[in-house]
Design a protein around this ligand. Structure first.
Ligand code: PLP
Length: 391
């Protein structure tokens, strides 16, 4: 029997603020009517501020997988080649979807604990003299590892190689958590979802699309109907939407975007940094006595959305995770793919504050003790000291 709050610390979906839940709690309206148009216009304008783009944003009733697919089917023809910058489970999965659509997918192999190296991308693109590579696919924050890739530097690498490839970036666990600049960084397609930094339920996904990407879509031959950008951009009563618009998502999104505006995006990023750094200080304290460590090995590339915690060899990370859940009502993310049982993941993104993070860290520290995992004491204290100094 669980009492009190459920501490939901998964790296997505995330906590939905009461304000957003209350905004959704109203009846349906005609999605072809003027009232909905006003709400939807406010939402798309707000999204453009969050994506930092003046270009087109298109939305779908789908999870992030839908936006991944929308990007692929709108941009490419069978046999086209794309280059996936490996970062972990999600980068490879995006590539696998390309293969399923008959694309030739090359992977720029990379150690999962480190960010991608722009020099290696530049060298690979310089080698591609015939410009067979149509696009570079990168995950900004790799949610399976907690590593952030340097998108601006990767863009500069493409430019330095004088290569025309499109740059496609997955921001599913970074948008509205970690600074991301679509236009300034020259990103052609940005993929995003509703259920992380945007603090909404799961089920809405987005692509921001540059003029260059729209031009590529005009000649791309993969079949698409629901995802088709041309249909979505068509003028008329359903412009920007295919089918019945999910008006409740828009009610929630308008409120979430207002909350982000009120806090100010820079303050949102600073809060994410503060809570992430507190988490990292705790894990660094646990690291003593050969205890758990932060999986992302380069401090400059450690994510402010999620920290993957690598357990000592021979320790089952899922036991620690299950103990947190069973004994303390704290939910953490598990390890994915080759990291299953090796890491647990602490999501510190979305609608969170200091006591929520401290309470969760305390539960993890107790679970380490209860499961007999070697670790240093004082993780909670280290996090508290940091947060108090930053307050
Ligand atoms: N890409 C990243 C970086 C993710 O974190 C996720 C989900 O966690 C996805 C893609 C897939 O998104 P969805 O689960 O919404 O389909």
């Amino acid at each position: 029997m669980a009492h009190g709050f459920h501490f939901f610390m998964n790296p997505g979906p995330t906590n939905i603020p009461d304000r957003v839940l209350r905004a959704i709690d109203r009846g349906a309206i005609d999605f072809n009517g003027a009232e909905f148009r006003t709400i939807s216009d406010e939402c798309f304008a707000g999204l453009k501020r969050v994506f930092k783009t003046k270009e087109t944003i298109l939305a779908y009733a789908a999870t992030g997988h839908g936006a991944w697919e929308a990007a692929l089917v709108n941009l490419f023809s069978p046999g086209d080649k794309v280059l996936v910058v490996e970062s972990g489970f999600f980068s490879l999965n995006w590539g696998m979807r390309g293969e399923a659509f008959g694309l030739e997918v090359e992977t720029l192999a990379n150690d999962w604990r480190r960010p991608a190296d722009p020099a290696r991308l530049e060298a690979r693109l310089r080698d591609d003299r015939e410009h067979r590579i149509k696009a570079v696919l990168v995950v900004h924050c790799e949610t399976s590892t907690g590593v952030v890739n340097p998108i601006a530097a990767l863009r500069r690498a493409i430019d330095a190689a004088r290569h025309p490839a499109l740059l496609l970036v997955d921001t599913i666990s970074s948008l509205a958590c970690i600074d991301f600049r679509t236009d300034e960084w020259g990103v052609d397609v940005v993929v995003a979802g509703s259920q992380k930094g945007l603090m909404l339920p799961t089920g809405m996904a987005f692509t921001a699309v540059s003029a260059k990407a729209l031009a590529a879509a005009a000649t791309a031959k993969l079949p698409r109907v629901y995802w088709d950008w041309k249909r979505l951009l068509g003028e008329g009563s359903q412009a920007y939407w295919n089918g019945t618009a999910p008006v409740h998502f828009f009610y929630g999104m308008r409120e979430a975007l207002r909350m982000l505006d009120e806090e100010g995006l820079d303050n949102v990023f600073a809060r994410h940094h503060r809570l992430a750094e507190a988490t990292r200080r705790a894990v660094r304290a646990w690291r003593r006595n050969d205890g758990p460590e932060i999986y992302a090995s380069e401090p400059g590339a450690q994510s402010n959305s999620v920290t993957a915690v690598l357990l000592p060899e021979g320790v089952d990370a899922d036991r620690v995770r299950q103990t947190c859940f069973d004994k303390f009502n704290v939910s953490l993310g598990g390890g994915l793919d080759r990291l299953k049982g090796r890491v647990f993941r602490i999501g510190h993104l979305g609608d969170l504050n200091e006591p929520m993070v401290l309470g969760s860290i305390a539960a993890i520290e107790m679970a380490l003790e209860l499961t007999g995992v070697p670790h240093g004491a004082g993780g909670v204290t280290a996090a508290m000291e940091y947060l108090a100094a930053e307050a």
